[in-house]
Design a protein around this ligand. Sequence first.
Ligand code: URP
Ligand code: ZN
Ligand code: ZN
Length: 522
Amino acid sequence: MYYHFILLLLLFCSKAHSVCDVGINGYAADSSCGYSNKILIKGGTVVNAYSQELADVYVEDGLILAVKPNIMVGDDVTVLDATGKFVMPGGIDPHTHLAMEFMGTETIDDYFSGQAAALAGGTTMHIDFVIPVNGSLAEGFEAYVKKSKSSCMDYGFHMAITKWDDVVSKDMEIMVKEKGINSFKFFMAYKGSLMINDELLLEGFKKCKSLGALAMVHAENGDAVFEGQKRMVELGIMGPEGHALSRPPVLEGEATARAIHLARFVNTPLYVVHVMSRDAMEEIARARKSGQRVIGEPVVSGLILDDSSLWDPDFISAAKFVMSPPIRESGHGEALQQALSTGVLQLVGTDHCTFNSTQKALGIDDFRKIPNGVNGIEERMHLVWDAMVESGQISMTDYVRITSTECARIFNIYPKKGAILPGSDADIIILNPMSSFEISARSHHSRSDTNVYEGRKGKGKIEVTIAGGKIVWENGVLNVVPGSGKYIEMPSHSYLFTGIDKADEKYISSLKAPVKRSKVAT
Ligand code: URP
Ligand code: ZN
Ligand code: ZN
């Protein structure tokens, strides 16, 4: 009612929208340029995860207030014409590593550059992984609070669990109940650093279940990877191709199956991050078919790329593709795309974890020392649109579901995020399906000097990004302010936990035990 009144009051006098001047590196010369707390997006097709309609969207003070045809406004409102374009929820990237200390160095994109890149590519929120400091969750959390001070868009945290004791167990409770974290990642690989064993995995799964927090796994058999690496070294294979050869899909499939079986044993939901192979995907498909709550997250590199570049004779051209689990040979990406389109896998992340050429060169003589990780936070939305919507594999509504809404539902922040609905946060993109994009390290916003998608072109261009009710990306100009991003607390007990207690009760009552036996005298 209130907004109807405002809209009527301001009738007949809407303002033409002027575009910001470009400063250094495609950022706006004046960050206050174009600022208005009232925006009307006119004439577009509004797409949500389960519906689409021709409608206008009215935004005020960071929130969406109205979604309906023919909204009229006054001249203090910035009007964006979206005729012939799609108006969709901003992307939510469930998997990033900004300013992460890893493999003797730190990812080159911090919370400012990584998020600026995200916004330029239509992603308006991401969930980053807090890495404990010497196993301490509390210290890890504080470190990431500091790192994220330069944020220019909304973000949340997952947390890794790298050791087990009473303090870790207690701190998990504090993270969930007081700090807004509702998911914990267990690394089944990276032997000697982040890797945990099955005993810890079980303790962690039990604790996650008791807190209503989602258990996440990096699924590779770390002991077997270690063995595979030794094998490569013995064969004299020391270049980036040794990375892929030392950790084949079977090791990802084995760990995925093991994590699934242990989660089933504990009866807790499981989220498998960066599903890179057909082998892992098929384990997830099997589990879901049997009714188990398993979420599978492919990442854009696994969907789009194949491993051929790892054999490039130029070291950097090959090393920039090194990530774990490895990018697989051709065929796996297509299978993962198909699994996404049929609902076997649920959402797309990036695992954005960037290292520049100098950092990648740490492994010039030994692939085991190449920092693992590739870019994607800026490219995900465009590449998924081009590869899956343009190709006709999925609908526009499916696109919104796998790039935004499903992430918001899984991490329990829907419909604040992941929807274009009255009351939702004004995180919105306008995509022009007739326009095209081209990716290059020369024009991207990451601090890396390379891009694994260098030279890729496609159809569908995100022309405008609105984050927190502000136009932050328009006509190739970024208008972002460090410190303007907000930490989004994510409550425990998402929909994935509904009915878990009932299944437990059913299990207990099915045991027909303990059997009462009379003592027999001997
Ligand atoms: O290669 C990768 N994936 N680097 C980031 C750390 C992880 O395993 O997610
Ligand atoms: Zn991982
Ligand atoms: Zn990762």
